[in-house]
Design a protein around this ligand. Structure first.
Ligand SMILES: C[S@@+](CC[C@H](N)C(=O)[O-])C[C@H]1O[C@@H](n2cnc3c(N)ncnc32)[C@H](O)[C@@H]1O
Length: 271
């Protein structure tokens, strides 16, 4: 067990973490940083926090591992059901009508900060269920946690992780194995997992829906605004942005319109 970070070391790490990925550590969550770095020092055998700091500055790969180590990847299938109700009852009917009027038949979704894949697979199951057969869709799922992305890419979840999936979806989209559930190819092929750090432009454009839930909560307002402005550029006209239940763009100067539906609140690019 290393000693807790000194004030100076804490400042060094929180500054570099903020610069690299927008995550903001304050005195209230300092102990999380302490314990995550502690774990990584133990794994690498690097003796001191200062040595580890020098290592991440010199080594891009270790920087990525460090960022992965300090992220919180908590997620679950159909998290915040009201968002999925909004998708099926409001957004998809609206988008289908709009797209039809333009002779388009594809829907592009981005799950930004997808963690271990439960969010993009939940969206994929729903779209497979409710989209008219003349429509196709594609989901990009991105995160900076490589460990999480590998789980998403494998499509395998232990039994305790699939509790939020309705029975009919579980039967239709997963094969039961001895120790868990394996997503079927027809589901997996609709989700493309990619490493992406939200600190940078993704290059994605013309998206219809972005889910970025329970991610911005770890950023300060300046970093949130940068990310949200990049989402604006990535979205098509008449498109939608979901953020987490406990997150809000209130008081931030963005071009998004607040949208209150019967099921949940979200944001719209209505130009
Ligand atoms: C709490 S999980 C949320 C997962 C899912 N969106 C949900 O709501 O269940 C937050 C995720 O955001 C990712 N994350 C944090 N900062 C990020 C950044 N700068 N770029 C990309 N992903 C980031 C973390 O790695 C983590 O997997």
């Amino acid at each position: 067990m290393i000693d807790l970070l000194s004030d100076e070391e804490f400042d060094l790490f929180r500054t570099v973490i903020y610069k690299e990925c927008g995550i903001s550590f304050s005195d209230t969550n300092r102990s999380i940083l302490d314990s995550r770095l502690n774990d990584r020092l133990r794994e690498t055998g690097i003796p001191t926090v200062r040595d580890y700091y020098n290592k991440i500055i010199a080594d891009d790969e270790e920087m990525k591992v460090m960022l992965d180590t300090i992220t919180t990847n908590l997620t679950r299938f159909f998290r915040n059901q009201s968002h999925f109700d909004t998708l099926s009852n409001y957004i998809i009917p609206e988008l289908v009508n709009y797209k039809k009027s333009r002779g388009e038949t594809n829907i592009n979704v981005w799950s930004a900060g997808c963690s271990t894949g439960e969010e993009p697979y939940s969206i994929a199951m729903l779209l497979k269920d409710i989209l008219p057969s003349s429509f196709t869709f594609k989901i990009i799922a991105s995160d900076l946690s490589l460990k999480s992305l590998m789980i998403g890419q494998s499509g395998f979840y232990v039994k305790s992780r699939v509790t939020g999936i309705p029975d009919n979806y579980l039967k239709r989209f997963f094969d039961e194995t001895n120790d868990g559930y394996q997503a079927k190819k027809e589901l997996m092929s609709t989700v493309q997992f990619d490493y992406h750090n939200l600190k940078h432009d993704s290059g994605l454009r013309n998206l219809d829906i972005i889910f970025c839930r329970n991610v911005l909560i770890y950023f300060d307002e300046a970093a949130q605004l940068e990310v949200v402005n990049r989402f604006w550029d990535a979205l098509a006209s008449k498109s939608y942005l979901f953020i987490g239940h406990s997150e809000s763009l209130f008081g931030m100067k963005t071009k998004f319109q607040f949208l209150k539906t019967n099921w949940a609140c979200l944001y719209q690019k209505n130009v």
